[in-house]
Design a protein around this ligand. Structure first.
Ligand code: NAP
Length: 240
């Protein structure tokens, strides 16, 4: 019974992860959502009997602490997570450029997109909730690639882009730092493509079902030597 833990599951790509994974009764799913008080109708509609919906606001370290305790209670004394999918993310103040950055906007993008995945991994590790061969996917963006961004016209979403570049670097650090604790661990970041979700916005080209189907295929094929890499959802490695 593999255990999947996914953040940001009430809509968008996180919801689609749950929908596809819930089709197998073998999968235990910890579906994290920013607030249990928000409308979770879509999530309840796709959840399986072995889907556990828990609250985790990834912009709040206190919320992540409380979430980790709930995960332990849910999975029991010896339970471990086999796949951690850090999907929660925001693209705030998308009209700002590098010449008009709002410090608070940049900090809020960093809080959700970088500090959230960092503390989620750290606190789950501290609670011995990560399997020795854990697979961790940090959901990045093509806008986080320095090389791809440098040729992009028009330039856009500077605060988001900067936060995703930082998430990429976090991934490199996590992949090295986890190995002494979890020898078979693999940490990667993946660009889901331009997907039709609220964040994807107008002009998005890819159905969420296609993007998530592709990403799960990549995730399930990962080998220990693949740690620390940046992937496109198609499985192609893309430049940093
Ligand atoms: N869609 C694309 O084209 C695209 C492209 C590249 C990368 N990505 C990345 O893919 C990931 C998922 O994006 P999406 O397209 O699914 O976006 P989305 O439809 O806007 O959904 C974002 C999800 O993140 C959650 N979230 C936001 N802030 C949170 C917080 N503080 N704590 C917990 N959850 C929080 C949202 O929950 P609430 O509803 O409660 O706010 C929602 O479930 C993001 O990391 C994004 O950067 C998406």
């Amino acid at each position: 019974m593999p255990v999947y833990c996914i953040t940001g599951t009430n809509r968008g790509l996180g919801l689609e992860f749950v929908r596809q994974l819930a089709q197998s009764p073998d999968n235990t799913i910890v579906a994290a959502t920013r607030s249990l008080s928000s409308d979770l109708g879509d999530l309840h509609a796709v959840a399986s009997p072995s889907t556990h919906i828990l609250e985790c606001d990834t912009s709040s370290v206190a919320s992540i602490h409380a979430f980790v305790k709930e995960v332990r209670r849910t999975l029991g004394y010896q339970g471990k997570i086999d796949f951690l999918l850090n999907s929660a993310g925001v693209n705030l103040a998308s009209s700002q450029s590098s010449l008009s950055l709002g410090p608070d906007d940049l900090q809020q993008n960093m809080a959700v997109n970088v500090i959230g995945p960092a503390k989620t991994v750290e606190l789950l590790l501290d609670a011995a909730l990560l399997a020795p061969d854990i697979r961790i996917l940090n959901m990045t963006s093509g806008l986080g690639s320095l090389q791809l961004s440098s040729g992009m016209r028009p330039r856009k979403c500077a605060p988001y882009s900067i936060s995703k570049a930082a998430l990429n670097m976090l991934t490199v650090h996590q992949s090295e730092d986890l190995r002494p604790h979890l020898p078979g661990s693999v940490v990667i970041c993946m660009d889901p493509g331009w997907v039709k979700t609220r964040l994807g916005g107008e002009g998005a080209v890819l159905e969420a079902s296609q993007s998530i189907g592709d990403m799960l295929a990549v995730l399930h094929g990962l080998k220990t030597e693949d740690t620390g890499a940046l992937y496109h959802h198609t499985g192609e490695k893309i430049p940093w």
